[in-house]
Design a binder for this molecule. Structure first.
Ligand SMILES: *Cc1c(COP(=O)(O)O)cnc(C)c1O
Length: 395
C-alpha cells in the first residue's frame, strides 16, 4: 500500500462485532477473562488497548517499521527509548535540539550519570569524533528546531553501525510523509504525535517505531513497566488526525514555501531558515533525504525584543503560541518559550537569537497568512506601540 492508503487503513479493519467502519474508542481499563490465562489478547489497558493498537500499527506502517508503540507525550516516548541506557553510558546528539529533549538529557538522565556530547547537526565527522568506549547511541533531530539544519541520516547511520551503536531519529518536524529515517538506516524513530501526525492541536502524544524485535521488546517492556501510555480517546483522536496527513503535509509545504519567499524579500527580515530555499546551507541534502521540505520556517529580523513583542501582538490570523504542526498557523519565540530552559550563552552560541521567530505555517488560505505577516511586520510610526502586559525580561 502507498502512503495515504496506509494512513487511512493500516491497523484498521471494520469492527468485527458491529461492522463499524471506524475503530471504536475502547474506553475500558480492563477485559473479561474466561478462565486462567483465557483472554483475547487484552488484559489491562496500560499493557494494551485495541484503540491504541490500531494507532501503533498505523504509525509503524507509515514509517515502514516493524513495530510501533504509542505514548502519552513525545517526551514519554523519548524516555522509553532512553531506558535502553544504564548508569555510566554515553550518547552523542546534535546541538540544536528541542528544548524539552535537551532538558531530559541534561536534568534527568544526568542524574543517572548518563552523559551526552553535542555536535553540530550537519557536520558528519563530528559524530564519529565524539564517540567514546561507553557510547551506546546517537540521537538526531532533523530538521532541527528551531534553525532547521539537517543531519545526514544515511551517513550518521553508517557511523553508528560501524561502532555498534543504535541510531535514534526524532522525525517530528518532517512527519513520515516527508522523511522515513528507518529507510535511511536509522534503528529507532521517535515522534511527538502532538505535532503533524495528529495535526489538529488537540492531543498531546508520542510514538516510537523500530525495526528490530529485541529493541522493540525492551522498549515495550518499559512502556508497560513505567506506564506513560495514551488513553483510548487520545489514541482515537490521533488515529483520526493521521488519515489526512498526506493532504495536510502537501498544503503545509506549499504555504511554507510561499511564506519563506515572502520573508526573504521583506526589507525588515534579516535571515530566513527554510530547507527548501536554495540559500539554505543543507538544501542539497534536503533534496536527497526528504520528499519535501516541510511546513516550518524560522526567521530573524532587524530589531529589539520590544519589536518582537509588538509584531506578535499585531498578528491576527497567526496565533502566538508554543507547539507546531497543527492546521492553524502558529508563531513562537524560541528564546523565551521552547528554548527558555537553555541557558542564554548556550542558546546564543547555537544561533537562537532574541529576534528569532519560528513559524509553523498552517493550511489557512495563503493570502490571509501573507497579509497578516505583512501588516504585523510593518514599521509603525512612533507612539503607536501596543502596551506590553509586563516588563520584558527573561533568562
Ligand atoms: C514537541 C516536541 C517534542 C516533545 O513532544 P511532547 O509531545 O511535547 O512531549 C520532541 N521533539 C520535538 C522535535 C518536538 O517538537
Amino acid at each position: 500500500m502507498k502512503f495515504s492508503t496506509k494512513a487511512i487503513h493500516a491497523g484498521q479493519e471494520p469492527d468485527p462485532s458491529t461492522g463499524a467502519i471506524m475503530t471504536p474508542i475502547f474506553q475500558t481499563s480492563t477485559y473479561a477473562q474466561t478462565g486462567l490465562g483465557g483472554h483475547k489478547g487484552y488484559e489491562y489497558s496500560r499493557s494494551g488497548n485495541p484503540t491504541r493498537t490500531a494507532l501503533e500499527d498505523c504509525i509503524a506502517a507509515l514509517e515502514n517499521g516493524a513495530y510501533g508503540m504509542a505514548f502519552a507525550s513525545g517526551l514519554a516516548a523519548e524516555q522509553a527509548i532512553l531506558s535502553l541506557l544504564k548508569t555510566g553510558d554515553h550518547m552523542v546528539s546534535c546541538d540544536d535540539l528541542y528544548g524539552g529533549t535537551y532538558r531530559l538529557f541534561e536534568r534527568v538522565l544526568s542524574r543517572y550519570q548518563i552523559e551526552t556530547s553535542y555536535v553540530s547537526a550537519s557536520t558528519v565527522e563530528d559524530y564519529e569524533k565524539a564517540i567514546r568506549p561507553n557510547t551506546k547511541l546517537i540521537w538526531l533531530e532533523t530538521p532541527t528546531n528551531p534553525l532547521l539544519r539537517l543531519a545526514d541520516i544515511r551517513a550518521v547511520a553508517e557511523i553508528a553501525h560501524r561502532h555498534n551503536l543504535l541510531l535514534v531519529v526524532d522525525n517530528t518536524f518532517s512527519s513520515p510523509y516527508f522523511q522515513q529515517p528507518l529507510e535511511l538506516g536509522a534503528d529507532i524513530v521517535v515522534h511527538s504525535t502532538t505535532k503533524y501526525i495528529n495535526g489538529h492541536s488537540d492531543v498531546v502524544g508520542g510514538a516510537v517505531v523500530v525495526k528490530d524485535q529485541t529493541v522493540y521488546e525492551a522498549i515495550k517492556f518499559y512502556q508497560n513497566a513505567a506506564g506513560g501510555v495514551p488513553g483510548p480517546f487520545d489514541s482515537w483522536l490521533t488515529l483520526r488526525g493521521i488519515k489526512t496527513l498526506a493532504v495536510r503535509m502537501k498544503q503545509h509545504e506549499e504555504n511554507a514555501f510561499a511564506v519563506a519567499r515572502f520573508l526573504s524579500a521583506h526589507p525588515r527580515v534579516e535571515k530566513v531558515y527554510y530547507p527548501g530555499l536554495a540559500s539554505h546551507p543543507d538544501h542539497e541534502l534536503a533534496k536527497r533525504q526528504m520528499k519535501g521540505f516541510g511546513g516550518m520556517v524560522s526567521f530573524t529580523f532587524k530589531g529589539s525584543l520590544e519589536d518582537v513583542d509588538q509584531i506578535v501582538r499585531r498578528l491576527k490570523v497567526i496565533t502566538f503560541a508554543e507547539s507546531l504542526g497543527g492546521i492553524e498557523s502558529l508563531i513562537c519565540h524560541p528564546a523565551s518559550m521552547t528554548h527558555g530552559s537553555i541557558p542564554r550563552e548556550i542558546r546564543e552560541a547555537r544561533g537562537v537569537d532574541d529576534t528569532l521567530l519560528r513559524l509553523s505555517v498552517g493550511i489557512e488560505d495563503i493570502e490571509d497568512i501573507l497579509s497578516d505577516l505583512e501588516q504585523a511586520l510593518e514599521e509603525q510610526p512612533d507612539g503607536s506601540q501596543i502596551t506590553p502586559d509586563k516588563q520584558l525580561s527573561f533568562k
